[in-house]
Design a protein. Structure first.
Length: 179
């Protein structure tokens, strides 16, 4: 399996099939990331397409990208922030587990408890301050700390301290919910 960077290099060399592979590799993950920033599905779809158009524009300029994934999420994040600055406020990141249907063999009490916990987590995430909510969203999409630093344009130490603060904030809010 080719790396993202190898596919990007093939795209630079004119292989549009590499674009299709990158698109398929990132379509769900990227759209999910966008929806965490932009609750309106139509607006999220526009930003999604703008992100891939940015990839084609980047191809025309022929620049080298060290980490394709970090670059793509950074471009997408910037597009989302531009949309938000245009007058709309994004909903905070929501854990994917919060929307998972209960397992068929699950006891009703267990399903209720799991649903209540997921709902409490969703509310806790929604109350996170913007920088911590953004960290949550990016981290939930599977990014490493190094990729987070590249996307956010901050030092690695800042990412680590924000993740630590985010976890502490969520822990405190979840404990308050249990009380």
């Amino acid at each position: 399996m080719l790396t993202d960077e190898a596919l990007y290099q093939r795209l630079l060399e004119g292989d549009l099939g590499a674009f299709d592979l990158l698109y398929r590799r990132y379509d769900r993950l990227l759209f999910g990331f966008i929806r965490k920033h932009l609750p309106d599905a139509g607006e999220a779809e526009e930003v999604f397409h703008e992100s891939f158009m940015a990839l084609l524009r980047e191809r025309q300029q022929g620049r080298t990208i060290r980490s394709f994934r970090a670059w793509l999420f950074q471009v997408t994040r910037n597009l989302c922030l531009n949309r938000l600055r245009g007058g709309k406020r994004a909903a905070q990141a929501i854990a994917a587990a919060a929307h998972a249907p209960p397992a068929p063999a699950e006891e009703p009490e267990s399903a209720l408890l799991r649903h209540e916990t997921a709902e409490a987590l969703r509310r806790a995430v929604a109350r996170l301050p913007d920088p911590l909510g953004e960290i949550y969203s990016l981290r939930a999409s599977g990014m490493s700390y190094e990729e987070l630093a590249a996307v956010l344009g901050v030092p690695l130490g800042t990412v680590k301290s924000r993740v630590h603060a985010m976890v502490g904030c969520l822990r405190q809010q979840m404990q308050e919910t249990e009380s």
